[in-house]
Write a protein that binds this ligand. Structure first.
Ligand code: ATP
Ligand code: MG
Length: 424
């Protein structure tokens, strides 16, 4: 016997007990985004490495150390997508969808990052994202945030997540701020954590969201981003706050929220939770007006977000928010004894599947006596067992047993569907 082959570390199988929760979450999101006019787009999991280098940014964590990159057989450098926005822009642009038009798009699927696997952090994980193109005004920022709030409400998560927002202004304002931040922090370089020391020259803004306490203390007296925000970004940020308040969406302004990807400008936001330890962010996004042009398209304003499905499922599970009816269950289990009854049981099962497409109808397969078959019905957690024996076949009927109450009645075959429709 060969040795068992294991899955790749950090890449999880999603087992049958879990898939109903995934389907529940996915269908909730699909319904909500549709209600706001978003259309689904699907793009490949593999792209040219340059797309992410140019799109996500050379000095980001993702590009520096998290990408699955390899040469294909022609020597071309390819990368498993670490996020969806760059691919979405590439695909929409390539199809001419972004030229002088408004687009509301969404996507879902696996993403790949070489990170240290832990609870809520994996090497293959799943995101659902939405992106809007062609709208420069903060009403779309508000609309997308309101969309996410509607989803949390629907899932029962709203009391357990907090909305943090910030503006990281225009590229020019960021450059001026970066210069004063670097000037201030260089003086205390020794006191910065290792990552932040490196970022001082590569990506100084990321120092703001360092998790290191001594770095955070140094930042208390550092120049404040808010003093460097340009007039236009400030007006737009104020309007966003006004729109959120008017729509009853609570938020906190987190001046140290900068996000880890280079393409963001102006509004950035995150939904965070205190229930998942260090993996606190369940949904994150913002404005990225420069990205479309950076990837070769016509300058197009854009705003979007991505949410981490695994983290949302961990949260739903830990808070017991998965509705009971979502979990796997069998509605009707058919048992039969004898050759003729077996033939009838197929017909009956098909009749029931036609009567209600939502029912799960299991026919016992593999023979055995009634007792053994009824045990299988219990094990399947069925609501009803239908019993067909020689006598029933002769009389053109079947026994209907309610497995919850134990009640049993006799029902004509033609009337079983209607009887069960009335019961369920
Ligand atoms: P973090 O700071 O936790 O590394 P990030 O800023 O890298 O997150 P984004 O690139 O903004 O994350 O991705 C959006 C969302 O995708 C995150 O908020 C999170 O919910 C989820 N996510 C990101 N990386 C992972 C991962 N390795 N495993 C599981 N979920 C992830
Ligand atoms: Mg990350």
């Amino acid at each position: 016997m060969g040795s068992k082959i294991q899955a790749i570390r950090g890449m999880n199988d999603i087992l049958p007990v879990e898939t109903p929760i995934w389907q529940y979450l996915e269908s909730c999101v699909a319904n909500v985004v549709k209600a706001y006019g978003y259309q689904q787009i699907r793009f490949p999991v593999l792209e040219n490495t340059d797309l992410f280098k140019r799109g996500v940014g050379e000095t980001t964590d993702i590009v520096e150390k998290e990408m699955y990159t390899f040469d294909d057989r022609n020597g071309e450098s390819l990368t498993l997508r670490p996020e969806g926005t760059a691919s979405c822009v590439r695909a929409a642009n390539q199809a001419g969808l972004l030229f002088n038009q408004i687009q509301r798009l969404w996507y879902m699927g696996p993403m790949f990052r070489y990170e240290r696997p832990q609870k809520g952090r994996y090497r293959q994980f799943h995101q659902i994202g939405a992106e809007s193109f062609g709208i420069a005004t903060p009403d779309i920022d508000a609309e997308l945030i309101i969309l996410t709030a509607r989803l949390w409400k629907k899932l029962g998560l709203l009391p357990h997540v907090e909305l943090q927002i910030n503006t990281i202004a225009t590229a020019e304002a960021r450059e001026t701020y970066k210069a004063s931040l670097v000037e201030y922090l260089t003086e205390f370089k020794d006191k910065l954590d290792e990552d932040s020391q490196r970022r001082l020259t590569t990506n100084p803004l990321r120092i703001l969201d360092s998790k290191d306490e001594s770095t955070q203390r140094l930042l208390d007296d550092a120049p404040k981003f808010s003093d460097y925000v340009d007039e236009e970004s400030q007006v737009e940020f104020d309007r966003l706050k006004e729109l959120l308040t008017a729509n009853g969406i609570d938020f906190v302004v987190n001046q140290r929220l900068v996000r880890g990807l280079d393409y963001y400008s102006k509004t950035v936001f995150e939904w965070v939770t205190s229930h998942l330890g260090a993996q606190a962010t369940v949904c994150a996004g913002g404005r990225y007006d420069g990205l479309v042009a950076q990837l070769g398209g016509k300058p197009t304003p854009a705003f979007g977000f991505a949410m981490g499905i695994e983290r949302l499922i961990l949260l739903l599970d830990s808070l017991n928010l998965v509705p009971e009816e979502v979990k796997n269950s069998t509605d009707i289990f058919i048992v039969s004894l004898g050759s003729e009854a077996e033939i009838q049981s197929f017909k009956l099962a098909e009749q029931l599947r036609t009567a209600n497409e939502k029912w799960t109808v299991l026919r016992h397969c593999g023979g055995g006596n009634f007792k053994k078959q009824m045990k299988k019905a219990d094990a399947a957690n069925a609501s009803f067992a239908l019993i067909l024996g020689e006598d029933e076949v002769k009389q053109n009927c079947c026994q209907v047993k309610n497995l919850v109450t134990g009640e049993q009645t006799n029902c004509m075959i033609d009337e079983v569907s209607q009887y069960l429709l009335n019961q369920c």
